[in-house]
Write a protein that binds this ligand. Structure first.
Ligand code: TEU
Ligand code: CA
Length: 539
């Protein structure tokens, strides 16, 4: 039996924006439970829920003040238990975010740690003395702007934060801290949680000598999620993350997971060397799988996608990657890769492409509806990252607006109150309820495609062999046992004719994306795809 997470299609839920059941304008756990039938109907294998733990919400839940409780805004532990029970009854796995690189500054551990230099938790966070002139100990920067060091008047020391000043970095070099966070993970494992998405999993450890990061030469090739306007991305992050001790800690984390049957962890790895670093974390005694930002950036072309997969598989023989085109941190993919007036066929093709790549696929809520990025005006912005860097970078609110469920209902059926972020008018007509009745819709396509995909095991665990990346066409085959599935995608808005290296291709009953077999050639209208069965001896 294959391990369930290999080649699974997972659906990411950003709980604030999924469905509000108590009329406060913010989505909640009961809202997720209410829509589990909808999710199961998509044909996905499970869900990843972004943080719903106790939090002052400075970073909308990625600042946790109690790892073992649900924030009242989202519900209760009993709501979580109900969610798990119903998900499992529907055959859906549930993985949850764990944000253990940092806590909220309101976490009692930090309150205690900052109280003095000699309390029992004094060393639970990353504290350092100022330089003789009073300035921070080194040149490390926060991704969200400014120095990574925040002065604390009581301890008369700096504490480190990779993100907001309200997200102090836990000192995971300290074995007591490791024990404490692993205990929190175990709390959720005991409640039946199937696994974890580990937030910023390569940020757990810092260089204990606090050495300065080197500056990047101006001509350094971009690697992933850089923002030219953000000084953070002008350094090599040699010392503030991705330290060797990180892997030792993750080995402990893996040992914990191994004590429970069928559990998994997927890491988020943001690094100067995205592919190499991701591969390093995905090992039999470390993490089951990991994703990086290679396919979450602006680069959209066939060679780039092929290169990311090939480089990963070259870096690790048996390591298992995960891929995402969208999430709660980046511009929604149809707008990112298709521009402001993206062709609706692009979204459908991308859903098919993502779930055809070798790896575990993460679909972000709304991707199944083909939602474009929302324009959120400055006065409605919520994301502190966006507020700091406006207008060069508009932040992450545009991908976090609430899901439209119903064309007619107030607030598109998301809530009875004014939602925490506005729902764009353009999203209303894409409401799930409307698309459900339209056989040509992105939602209908997603359901048909994922169902069809399930009946061909080569998509889940088959090897991948790239055939062509020229001229806007991405062609590869997935191979498992006797099955060879040819997958051809037209990444352009123009017609393409692709000549297959063999004529022994038979069409399949894949739900229509417009690609047709004509003689030995595959005719591809704009953003079309074609799936063909290859005779075993061919190619
Ligand atoms: O994101 C990490 C993050 O901000 C990356 O996009 C980062 O730019 C990259 O790793 C640097 O190479 C996670 C969460 O997904 C995000 O929502 C949180 O705000 C953040 O961690 C802090 O917890
Ligand atoms: Ca609510």
């Amino acid at each position: 039996m294959r391990e369930w997470w290999r080649g699974a299609v997972m659906y990411q839920i950003y709980p604030r924006s999924f469905l509000d059941t108590n009329g406060d304008g913010v989505g909640d756990l009961a809202g997720i439970t209410a829509k589990l039938d909808y999710i199961a109907d998509l044909g996905v294998d499970g869900i990843w829920i972004s943080p719903f733990f106790k939090s002052p919400m400075k970073d909308f839940g990625y600042d946790v003040s109690d790892y073992c409780d649900v924030d009242p805004l989202f519900g209760t532990l009993a709501d979580y238990d109900r969610l798990i029970e119903k998900a499992h009854a529907l055959g859906l796995k549930v993985i949850i975010d764990q944000v253990i690189s940092h806590t909220s500054d309101a976490h009692p551990w930090f309150t205690e740690s900052r109280a003095s230099r000699d309390n029992p938790k004094a060393d639970w966070f990353v504290w350092a003395n100022p330089k003789p002139d009073g300035s921070p100990p080194n040149n490390w920067l926060s991704i969200f702007g400014g120095s990574a060091w925040q002065w604390d008047t009581r301890r008369r020391q700096y504490y480190m934060h990779n993100f907001l000043t309200q997200q102090p970095d836990l000192n995971l070099h300290n074995p007591e801290v490791q024990d404490a966070v692993l205990a929190a993970l175990e709390f959720w494992l005991q409640r039946g949680t199937d696994g974890f998405r580990l937030d910023t999993a390569n940020f757990y450890m810092h260089d204990r000598l606090l050495r300065d990061n080197p500056a990047k030469p101006a001509d350094t090739a971009p690697t992933g999620d850089e923002r030219p306007d953000n000084p953070y991305f002008m350094q090599f992050h040699r010392y503030d993350k991705s330290q060797p001790e990180n892997l030792l800690f993750l080995r402990r984390l893996r040992e914990l997971l191994n004590r429970y049957p069928d559990r998994m962890a997927v890491a988020e790895i943001g690094d100067d060397d995205p592919i190499g670093r991701t591969a390093e974390y995905v090992q039999a005694d470390l993490l089951h799988t990991a994703y990086n930002f290679s396919l979450l950036n602006d680069t959209f072309n066939a060679p780039h996608i092929a290169k990311a997969l090939i480089a990963f598989h070259q870096a690790t023989d048996d390591g298992w990657p995960s891929w995402a085109f969208s999430n709660h941190d980046v511009k929604r993919v149809v707008s990112r890769w298709g521009g402001p007036d993206a062709d609706p066929r692009l979204g459908r093709m991308l859903t098919a492409l993502l779930s055809s790549l070798r790896g575990t696929a993460f679909i972000y809520q709304g991707e199944e509806l083909g939602l474009p990025e929302a324009e959120v005006p400055y006065d409605k912005l919520q994301d502190p990252y966006g507020i700091t860097f406006w207008p060069d970078f508009k932040g992450r609110d545009g991908c976090r607006t609430p899901i439209p469920w119903d064309v007619e209902a107030p607030q598109a059926g998301f809530s009875t109150a004014e939602p925490w972020l506005p729902i764009p008018e353009a999203h209303r007509k894409l409401a799930a309820g409307a698309q459900a009745h339209d056989p040509e819709s992105t939602l209908a396509f997603t359901r048909q495609f994922l169902r069809w995909r399930r009946s061909h095991p080569a998509f889940a665990t088959g090897a991948i062999r790239f055939l062509d990346t020229a001229d806007g066409v991405l062609a590869f085959e997935r191979v498992l046992d006797g099955e060879r599935m040819l997958c051809v995608f037209n990444l352009t808005g123009e017609t393409r004719i692709w000549t297959a290296p063999t004529v022994q291709i038979a069409p399949t009953d894949a739900p229509g994306l417009g690609g047709r077999l004509e003689g030995g050639r595959v005719a591809l209208p704009p953003y079309a795809a074609f799936f063909g069965a290859v005779a075993a001896e061919a190619m």
